[in-house]
Write a protein of this length. Structure first.
Length: 221
């Protein structure tokens, strides 16, 4: 049986997404809720799976390798997203475990992922991560470099389906989400991975197709 608290949190967030989508004139079914389970063990993840959640996100390959193989084997149909920074030397391991890779942000990683996918014969959907606030401490390619990175990724054979961003903390996220949407439209990339626990409603209003929610589902880390 699903844990009541987990089930209630999941239902609340799903209802909020559905209500916000209606306000925006969008189909809620087109928005994928990714439960970001980084730092949480299988005992915290299992109740959400039991409550019907099927998409999960992790930040680190090594952490995911420890806890997800057994969970994936027990429940077919789960989708695992890598939402954190990826080192190029971990590309093959990421391709083997994850269904979707969100943090593609530099040419060396594009090259590594292209080789890893070709070697495995497995092609994983990818998002280009954009440093939407031009913050030097954050990953992501510069806005001005996004088109050239997209060209390189497609040349390497990566299935790029959209753009991802993490807006600056402590200020209103809406302008950054709107900027990512504008960039996605210009590059004909309709999927947008944006919005976390504090701002996923704003992200849905502004076109997010994936929202990455952690603490609102799992509690404080």
């Amino acid at each position: 049986m699903p844990d009541d608290d987990a089930g209630h949190r999941l239902a609340f967030i799903r209802d909020t997404i559905a209500r916000t989508a209606r306000i925006a004139g969008r189909d809620a079914d087109a928005i994928e809720l990714i439960a970001v389970s980084k730092t949480f063990g299988a005992d915290a993840i299992a109740p959400l799976i039991a409550a019907g959640q099927r998409s999960f996100g992790e930040n680190r390959v090594a952490e995911a390798q420890e806890k997800w193989p057994a969970l994936l084997a027990a429940t077919p149909g789960l989708r695992l997203h890598l939402v954190g920074q990826l080192q190029s030397n971990k590309a093959a391991e990421a391709v083997a475990l994850f269904d979707v890779i969100h943090g593609v942000d530099r040419l060396s990683l594009v090259t590594a992922l292209g080789k890893a996918m070709a070697a495995a014969g497995t092609w994983r959907d990818c998002f280009l991560q954009v440093n939407i606030g031009a913050e030097p401490q954050k990953g992501g390619c510069a806005i001005a470099d996004t088109e050239s990175l997209l060209t390189a990724a497609r040349t390497a054979g990566l299935p790029v389906i959209g753009l991802m961003c993490v807006p600056p903390a402590g200020i209103e996220a809406a302008p950054f989400f709107a900027l990512l949407r504008k960039l996605g439209r210009r590059l004909a990339l309709p999927q947008l991975s944006m919005g976390m626990s504090a701002d996923y409603e704003t992200a849905v209003l502004l076109g997010a197709t994936q929202v990455r929610v952690g603490s609102a589902l799992f509690g404080a880390r």
